[in-house]
Design a binder for this molecule. Sequence first.
Ligand SMILES: Cc1ncc(COP(=O)(O)O)c(C=O)c1O
Length: 446
Amino acid sequence: MTQSSVAAANDTGSAAAGPTAGTADLLRRRYATLGSRSPLFYSTPLEVVSGSGVWLTDADGEVYLDAYNNVPHVGHANPVVAAAVSEQMARLNLHTRYLNDRVVDYAEALLATFDAPLDRAFLTNSGSESNDLALRIARQHTGNTGVLVSDWSYHGNTGRLAELTTGLATGEGLAPYVRTLHIPDAAGVGDESALLAESLSEVDTAIASLVEAGHGLAAVVFDPLFSTEGLVSPPSGYVEGLAARVHAAGGLVLSDEVQSGFGRTGGRMWGYQMFDIEPDLVVLGKPMGNGHPLSALVTTARLQDEFGARNDYFNTFAGSPVSAAAGMAVLQVMAEENLLERSAQLGHYVSERLHEIVAGNPRVAAVRGRGLYFGLEFVDPADPTVPDAAATRWVVEDMRCRKVLISRIGPAGNVLKMRPPLVVTRSEIDILLGRLASSLEALPAG
Ligand SMILES: Cc1ncc(COP(=O)(O)O)c(C=O)c1O
């Protein structure tokens, strides 16, 4: 029996059983060591013991279709990545103050996927670290401190980034040098021009406020998919208008590609390529090493050299030959399996099928997303302006019972978050969508 057929046979849709004695004990030990607030998914947490492709197996031998995780980009336990990492680990692993061809080969291969003038990289360990470094560069380059960020977003967990986090709780609160933007949503809007003008005027006001307060503008930071925001789709011209205004004010444009990079948006390598913009700083993460901690900040020679002239920047673990081997193996599998083209084709297919599935369903206001990052927005059928987080949560839990892992996003938590490893096949997508359709049919009246 293949894993797909095992999983197909597993579509019970029944309520999740409570944890087994073994899982309950592990949970207790986790709380006792990592703390009870270290987040876990699901009302009954899932204990996962192995993975392959888009499939995960839990401690009871149950098999789940993983439609949530974008880090295992080329599949869980990908053998090409595992072999490259272990071969290099057995040969040599050390930091970047020695020459090593694997690291340079990888930097060349990665940078070849970017548009000019983005031709330099800093290799780091996490998206947080890259965003933090990008803000240092922006501040030093501009002499300003002000940052624009969306009003429901997440860019990382360093102290500086906590001060501009709007989509998760942080004790720091927003820093005085931060202004937030509400990302306009053009879904269902006929004539977008008024929305565009109004939201760009909000950008002008935010920049003026930073200047007036003496902060000036160092950078705008945004995720091209606006995923934490609930996969909103701004009116056409918004991102271009935002970037133009930031540049005109002397600031830098930081495209945070931790979610949207490596082909996730379908058919293109980088999310910023959906728009007619030239970012100055591009941050990569999650899928980059298929789970090996590998991230990068890609920028221009001018900005990198300017920063290098003022700062002795060194990083112990980042950019090691083992990291480079992981990153190179991801690029290799992406090319061999034609994943950019596949993500475009499957993205279109998913979008069409989702529209069919929810046609006439008053509880779903919109199909959201691009490429292989997609969602459904749930609302109260009696008043479609009221988000229905309870229905969304129910579907996430029900899908887990149907052995499909998904989650939810957005300020109201009413948008399903589906983002399978990019190696997902059409038949696996069909399993996901079939079970989603069954779950929607089973969704109790609100
Ligand atoms: C858009 C975005 N940027 C940055 C980060 C932070 O990346 P990391 O967890 O690797 O530090 C995340 C993590 O979820 C993210 O979604």
